[in-house]
Design a binder for this molecule. Structure first.
Ligand SMILES: Cc1cc2nc3c(=O)[nH]c(=O)nc-3n(C[C@H](O)[C@H](O)[C@H](O)COP(=O)(O)O)c2cc1C
Length: 190
């Protein structure tokens, strides 16, 4: 698949069929994620593949409600996390990206470079999933501490994001982008 086609046409998918996903396909998608660049090649990402309905449901229950038109409503991805046959939880080993060998941050952006590395891996994951005909939606609005507890995560790791993975049951809505000219500058910001 042409990379520009994948980048432009991938959409967040919030409705899934229950068709099971072969482990080989999951590994293909995660292999793509794992080939992302990372700080000092630290590869701080870890992927937890959850198929167990009860665990998926417990994790989905950690989603925060969101405010839409002054009303508290469920996160739009809540149902999809229970519906999709697979949930991939992406965690990071902290104290690696952006840190020296003692785990001390080496830039004035602090110890959060792992977010950057995870994002690179997750974008690869999304595009690879799209290329093999599967849907995804990045989920960010959840209680990471609760998810860590549910998944028995050691304290050196933190949960960054997750995505359902499955056969799309409906097309994703196109969220329009700003004009490139609104976000692009030459030489200096102003
Ligand atoms: C960091 C991050 C967190 C997100 N969290 C959520 C979420 O909690 N729930 C949800 O339904 N979508 C979530 N999304 C998906 C965005 O809403 C979606 O990517 C955006 O609207 C653009 O649509 P597209 O992915 O179809 O191009 C998140 C996306 C990103 C990058």
């Amino acid at each position: 698949m042409d990379i520009f086609e994948a980048i432009k046409n991938r959409r967040s998918i919030r409705h899934y069929k229950s068709d099971p996903i072969d482990d080989k396909v999951i590994q293909t998608v995660l292999e793509a994620a794992h080939w992302a660049p990372s700080w000092g090649n630290a590869q701080c990402w870890r992927f937890i593949v959850v198929r167990d309905k009860k665990i998926k449901s417990e994790v989905a229950d950690t989603l925060f409600k969101v405010t839409v038109d002054n009303e508290k409503v469920e996160n739009a991805a809540a149902g999809s996390m229970k519906q999709a046959p697979v949930l991939i939880v992406v965690c990071a080993e902290t104290g690696k990206a952006g840190c020296n060998e003692e785990g001390v941050p080496v830039t004035n952006k602090g110890g959060y470079w792992f977010m950057f590395d995870i994002a690179l891996a997750v974008q690869n994951l999304l595009l690879a999933a799209y290329a093999v005909g599967l849907g995804t939606v990045i989920v960010g609005g959840f209680d990471a501490d609760k998810v860590a507890q549910i998944l028995n995560m050691p304290k050196e790791y933190t949960v960054v994001t997750m995505t359902p993975l499955g056969v799309p049951d409906s097309k994703g809505q196109v969220s329009p982008r700003k004009k490139l000219s609104e976000v692009m500058y030459y030489e200096k910001f102003k």
